[in-house]
Ligand binder design. Structure first.
Ligand SMILES: [Zn+2]
Length: 400
């Protein structure tokens, strides 16, 4: 039987700014978002461990490290959310609404929490040393090996490679309105890190290991000053996901409504292989079968949420390298010369594609070029959007 780590049992009073540490020397800012889902406490314990180690050693840090809590009322009640998922409301129209003073409007708990979080971000995050690196820290309802999710920009890929865990491309784009979408739109580097099951003590160790590796990789700490923490972290991460494909992409999201009576079949865990046609879940309309073979991701067992499950498949590293080269030489600037492809008249980084004409290359080629968000305009036309700040960020002096 699983033993619960004493840190998990301990109920901590949680404030918006969990802690912060400013080094004596200048360097990058790293900002952790903990508990945007209120039933995910592991990251809070992990950041406390890192802060404790940093506070006990002087002058060994360059830059700033800060941890912010997401959904305070939900964290107090250990609920994923109170009124709505706080990690689905960061769309640009909603952000504009939240930036107004909201008077006269009834807002959900999560909207007012998001408003408070935006304020804290604006106060605490600076741009003097380049883009801030955000880590949005999560755990899952089913057993899972750690993995990382991010919007597919080369800047994000460079940082993500340091964690040594599988990364999943296209999940950010399949779930509209995540906080990391907002963060990357602001020009920062942002990724979501999934450590494991909510109440598994190993999830705290994995979150902590991810933080040490991140701090080292961007130069906030030096190897020689944190030998024990770093060697332990390398060991934890090397063993955590070594039997999984290193890169996967999302092929399908099974979106659900609360009235669907969705029920996942028991026993699925993250990255489990499934066959085409396999019975995965049931809802009010009957059986839900796998449309193709692949690896299942985030099967829903906690009752609350809009994502039943995702299907992913591995990507060969070769194609990722091809994609990097294509983006550096800016092939995306030429694709509108292809038949059936036109530039969007009003929006940057956006293409309109007639899928009857541009049949064979749509999904694969455009994914390689970073066009991962697909909006179906009508039966034959899709709009493909690429993220801004793919190779370089907007803030100087750092390249990122
Ligand atoms: Zn979460």
């Amino acid at each position: 039987m699983e033993t619960i780590h004493p840190e998990v049992q301990k109920k901590s009073a949680i404030e918006r700014v969990i802690d912060k540490y400013v080094g004596a020397k200048s360097g990058r800012t790293v900002c952790c978002i903990c508990g945007i889902h209120g039933n995910e406490h592991a990251s809070i314990h992990a950041v406390h461990r890192v802060f404790k180690a940093l506070h006990s050693r002087k002058n060994m840090f360059s830059g700033k490290f800060i941890a912010l809590a997401g959904n305070l009322p939900a964290l107090q009640k250990n609920l994923r959310f109170i009124d709505e998922d706080m990690n689905r409301l960061w769309r640009s129209d909603k952000i504009q609404f939240l930036r107004q003073d909201l008077n006269g409007h009834t807002v959900s708990n999560e909207e007012s929490q998001a408003k408070a979080l935006i304020k804290a971000l604006e106060k605490e995050v600076n741009y003097e040393n380049g883009s801030t690196i955000f880590l949005d820290m999560h755990t899952t309802s089913s057993r899972s090996k750690p993995f990382i999710i991010f919007g597919d920009t080369l800047r994000n890929r460079r940082i993500a490679a340091n964690f040594k865990v599988p990364y999943v491309l296209g999940l950010e784009e399949a779930i509209p309105g995540t906080i990391m979408e907002y963060i990357t739109e602001c020009g920062h580097i942002g990724m979501a890190f999934e450590a494991g099951k909510h109440d598994d003590p190993a999830s705290i160790d994995i979150h902590e290991a991810a933080l040490w590796l991140l701090l080292e990789s961007i130069g906030c700490i030096r190897k020689g000053d944190f030998v024990e923490e770093l060697s332990r972290s390398h060991f934890i991460m090397a063993n955590a996901s070594n039997d999984l494909p290193s890169i996967l992409e999302v092929r399908y999201r099974h979106a659900i409504e609360s009235t669907d009576m969705f029920e996942m079949l028991p026993g699925y865990k993250n990255f489990q292989s499934v066959k085409q046609g396999e019975l995965l879940a049931r809802d009010k309309n009957g059986s839900i079968l796998a449309k193709e073979m692949g690896h299942i991701l985030m099967p829903l067992y906690q009752g609350l949420g809009n994502d039943g499950f995702f299907m992913t498949r591995p990507i060969n590293k070769f194609w990722l390298r091809v994609s990097t080269v294509m983006r550096y030489i800016q092939v995306n600037k030429l694709v509108h010369f292809l038949p059936g492809v036109t530039k969007h008249p009003a929006k940057k980084n956006t293409l309109i594609v007639d899928t009857h004409v541009a049949k064979w290359f749509v999904v694969e080629i455009f994914h390689l070029l970073g066009f991962r968000r697909i909006t179906q305009l009508n039966k034959r036309t899709v709009i493909l959007t690429k993220r801004r700040y793919d190779i370089f960020g907007p803030y100087r002096p750092c390249r990122n």
